[in-house]
Design a protein around this ligand. Structure first.
Ligand code: H2U
Length: 349
């Protein structure tokens, strides 16, 4: 029997942030593909689209008119999944049938008035304006009585269910702490109590030492493919300094965050020379009034593409019924992302 080698042999990896496992099968990399191919996504867009409900001066579906905005712009989601006025209540007519009312506020953020510019194509100063606005949104929404969690995210690309190519993200603020951050809170608190240090601070230290999963970095942030990544080219942005949320970052750190977002998303677009789809989002400390020294701000990117602009990974079968599984190792993905240019392919020509 040969020795176990994690770049060759099937194994499972533990995610200390959520307590879940991922199955890694590197030997399956040569699997032939005769399944569905997505169409490559780089739509040719105009800088202003008369029919777009997110462009400046245009009418939204509900009839409201967008102002002639010139930087990032936030508005109340016209089809909010959470509403502030929902009556309080809990139905538990059987212990297996529990329903609780939930309240919150949903907003949409247009990253720029330009219909045709995604984050990697925007200048860093304009991304900085987005980061600043997100910081003030987190502070404003988090300060509202009864808002204990603020989720910032972006769905990019049709295959991620994004409804409009105009670059935009969403903010959902609510009373309860949703499942993913709630799992992390438990594990971060346990690590803090045991060691007096933060879980992600300790994790970043190990990854900086090992180097094999690092993608790129600047003075304040590091991008890496997590040891326990599920999606083929999943990454995380971690802060070198302990910050619990965007409000803890200095102006220069927010500038560095804008810079690292541009560097990472440019590499993503360069990987298959397409407008790279993903769901991305920040996890920050809950806004429930506690100090949350155990929390580290961090940002996830979950892109669905696997081996080309046309082949997507499906989370089906075993993933739905058992546990997530991947073929390419996180180390191999990191090496591919690391080797890419930081100049956007559309600008190279
Ligand atoms: P996605 O493309 O990520 O689905 O986000 C678009 C959001 O914009 C979606 O939540 C909202 C939708 O409810 N929206 C408005 O608030 N007003 C509109 O006129 C169209 C879409």
């Amino acid at each position: 029997m040969r020795d176990f080698n994690q770049s060759e042999h099937a194994h499972r990896r533990f995610n200390p942030l959520t307590g879940s496992w991922v199955l890694v099968s590197p030997h399956r990399n040569q699997r032939p593909w005769q399944g569905k191919e997505e169409s490559p996504s780089r739509p040719l867009l105009k800088s202003y689209d008369r029919g777009c409900y997110l462009c400046p001066r245009n009418k939204r579906i509900g009839g409201q008119i967008n102002p002639d905005y010139s930087g990032p712009y936030v508005f109340q989601n016209d089809f909010s999944a959470l509403l502030p006025e929902t009556p309080e209540g809990r139905n538990e007519d059987h212990e297996l049938l529990v329903a609780e009312s939930e309240t919150g506020i949903c907003r949409v953020i247009c990253f720029s008035p330009r219909h045709d510019l995604t984050l990697p194509e925007m200048p860093v100063t304009d991304i900085y304006a987005v980061v600043d606005l997100l910081a003030s949104q987190y502070a404003e929404l988090g300060a509202i009585e009864g808002i204990n969690h603020v989720q910032i995210f972006e769905n990019k690309g049709e295959i991620m269910g994004c409804s409009n190519p105009h670059p935009h993200g969403q903010i959902w603020a609510q009373k309860t702490i949703p499942d993913e951050p709630a799992k992390k809170s438990v594990r971060m608190s346990a690590h803090w109590e045991k060691t007096g240090r933060t879980l992600l601070g300790d994790y970043l230290e190990v990854e900086l030492e090992r180097e094999s999963r690092l993608v790129c970095a600047n003075e304040s942030f590091v991008v890496l493919v997590p040891f326990w990544a599920v999606w083929p080219f999943e990454t995380m942005i971690l802060s070198r300094r302990h910050v619990r949320h965007l409000g803890d970052m200095t102006p220069s750190e927010r500038h560095d965050l804008a810079d690292i977002i541009k560097l990472l998303t440019t590499r993503y677009d360069n990987l298959f020379e397409c407008s790279f789809p993903y769901s991305a989002g920040m996890h920050q400390s809950p806004t429930d009034g506690a100090d949350h020294a155990e929390w580290d701000w961090h940002m996830h990117f979950y892109p669905p593409l696997l081996r080309s602009a046309k082949v997507k990974k499906f989370m089906v079968g075993y993933e739905m019924l058992a546990t997530p599984q991947r073929d390419i190792t996180p180390e191999a993905s990191a090496a591919r992302l690391r080797a890419l240019s930081e100049t956007h392919y559309a600008q190279r020509a």
